[in-house]
Design a protein around this ligand. Structure first.
Ligand code: HEM
Length: 145
């Protein structure tokens, strides 16, 4: 189950990135279809949050597993710091911004929707464990690679 969750978490990132790009285009070009895009984006982001919380608790780096031998502090170990602090925190803010953007899109407030989505995109791009990240924290482009 854990591998399945991780693969889903990894794959959903591309859905979220794609929806964010489409949403940004629609918001800045004042397209009414931003209403449905923002809804799907919010659903995907909230699903991501739930899977993330599961991993945060019970995954490889989950807090319920404590710390492995040799790691004395979460903040001193770059991989643990990334998966237990930086990644969850930045992604949580991004998901909150996506939720806020959805409420703005509902009333067709294009400008605010666009800016909120843009800031969320930046947070997500910074917090994704891209393959080129520091050794240990980086992950593959696609699940199972
Ligand atoms: C838009 C939101 C998010 C995106 C795009 C995202 C993306 C990713 C990606 C690409 C990975 C690497 C998966 C792999 O190994 O291939 C990952 C891992 C992880 N994410 Fe997220 N994530 C998001 C939200 C969250 C949240 C909110 C949490 C915690 C509450 C979280 C916790 C984790 C943890 C703990 C791992 C490491 C799992 C492991 O290697 O065992 N993520 N995330």
């Amino acid at each position: 189950m854990e591998t399945g969750m991780l693969h889903l978490h990894s794959l959903l990132r591309w859905v979220i990135l794609l929806l964010l790009l489409v949403g940004l285009f629609q918001a800045f070009n004042k397209k009414e279809s931003i209403k449905s895009t923002s809804l799907w984006l919010m659903i995907a982001a909230h699903a991501m949050f739930l899977i993330g919380v599961y991993q945060f608790l019970a995954g490889r780096y989950g807090i319920l597993n404590g710390l492995p031998e040799g790691v004395t502090s979460v903040m001193k170990d770059p991989v643990y710091r990334f998966y237990r602090v930086e990644h969850p925190l930045l992604m949580f803010v991004a998901i909150a911004l996506i939720t806020l953007a959805r409420s703005k899109a509902k009333v067709l407030n294009y400008k605010n929707t666009g800016w909120l989505l843009l800031i969320a995109l930046i947070f997500i791009l910074v917090a994704i464990p891209w393959p080129f990240r520091e050794v240990g924290a980086g992950r593959a482009w696609f699940p199972g690679m």
